[in-house]
Design a protein around this ligand. Structure first.
Ligand SMILES: C[S@@+](CC[C@H](N)C(=O)[O-])C[C@H]1O[C@@H](n2cnc3c(N)ncnc32)[C@H](O)[C@@H]1O
Length: 354
């Protein structure tokens, strides 16, 4: 299925019916954000909505799957092709959830570290933030906020390192809290440039490294009071190697804080207000998924995988946060917030170098 083509077709047919995104969304009982997501090619309508959507747009299902109006002659040919594609996708489908986003289909792959690094670098160099958004402190993503938890403690005159520094917003946050020696590492040259430019505009200087977090890239050892990462660690191709590196950067008693999407969140999708278990919690296979015209490569990891890797590398775990902040959840009425009322969507771990 060509999601981009289908998205453009939905937009075109909606306009032909003289409907705004809001009017169309009200007609089929979903949010206008969801309509906008489909129209950008970022996700497909749920099966339960498809007939309603086709009726509203005065098209048939075959035309929806084809992403174009069909003549009678094309109808049969396309119907057969679409049925074959649907059958194939059903075999390969794993509802793939990164952060708050459902990003379509995931294909299991064998991990090749270079390919994963190149693929993910290309994604973050280009459309990464546009598709996945950016999450910076005080938010840990999901519905968890540093403002309420105060995990970072007193940062006055602290030496801090961010893993996967993205666009630099979190480094600005720790600077504002008093940290004086700022470091960041990110695999994407463009993200490093974004961090550099953003911090320069604020008159903040930081030491930035463009390298994979798994590798030794000359970051000083036994040096940092705090190493942290907001939606960064899950991108590693080697959790043990990464935690070993991070352990080496920290001073004794130094703190490591990171968050990631909660692994249970990826297994369960919300359909018609019911949570449906669609992926195995135990599945840690690597997969590739397409967003827009780019790919990402990731794997899901169980919570115990993170915790055991920390313990194996000498960390003591001080806190595991998986509760959603009720005030934040109640601020919005989205599929994501409805899901967050029933299960954790992100987690944060605070660990210490012993
Ligand atoms: C979700 S973003 C988090 C960034 C930051 N919290 C923000 O809001 O901008 C993930 C970051 O990890 C980086 N990344 C992905 N794989 C990496 C790797 N193997 N080593 C270092 N950085 C990596 C990406 O380039 C991206 O900037």
């Amino acid at each position: 299925m060509d999601q981009i083509k289908i998205g453009k077709f939905i937009a075109e047919m909606r306009k032909q019916q003289g409907l705004t995104q809001r009017e169309f969304s009200e007609l089929i009982g979903i949010s206008d954000k969801t309509v906008s997501k489909w129209e950008c090619g970022n996700g497909m309508p749920d099966v339960s909505l498809m007939q309603l959507l086709c009726d509203a747009l005065k098209i048939n299902l075959n035309e929806l799957f084809s992403g174009e109006k069909l003549t009678d002659a094309d109808y049969k040919k396309n119907a057969e092709k679409n049925i074959m594609e649907l059958a194939k996708e059903k075999e390969e489908i794993k509802k793939n959830i990164v952060g708050g986003k459902v990003i379509g289909h995931a294909l299991n792959i064998d991990l090749n570290v270079n390919t994963a690094h190149n693929t993910n670098t290309e994604f973050w160099n280009t459309i990464g933030s546009e598709f996945l958004g950016s999450t910076a402190l005080p938010s840990y993503g999901g519905y968890i906020t540093e403002d309420k938890l105060n995990l970072l403690g007193n940062l006055a005159n602290k030496k801090v390192l961010e893993i996967g520094c993205g666009n630099g917003r979190s480094l600005k946050y720790v600077f504002d809290k008093g940290a004086t020696d700022l470091w960041g590492i990110d695999i994407s040259p463009n993200q490093v440039k974004r961090t550099k430019n953003f911090l320069a505009l604020q008159g903040i200087s930081a030491e930035l490294k463009c390298a994979p977090m798994e590798d030794d890239c000359g970051i000083p050892t036994n040096y940092f009071d705090l190493v942290y990462s907001v939606y960064g660690i899950g991108w590693t191709t080697d959790l043990n190697k990464t935690f070993r590196q991070i352990y080496s950067y920290l001073k004794k008693d130094g703190v490591f804080i990171f968050n990631w999407s909660h692994p249970i969140h990826k297994c369960v999708s919300l359909e018609n207000n019911k949570l449906i278990f669609s992926n195995s919690y135990f599945d840690e296979k690597w997969y590739s998924a397409t967003m827009g015209d780019k790919k990402i490569m990731l794997s899901n990891r169980k919570l115990s995988t993170y915790i055991n890797a920390l313990a194996d590398n000498g960390f003591m775990i001080e806190k595991l946060v998986e509760d959603n902040d009720e005030d934040l959840v109640n601020e919005e009425e989205t599929e994501f917030s409805r899901k967050a009322k029933m299960l954790p969507v992100a987690f944060v771990i605070k660990a210490r170098k012993m």
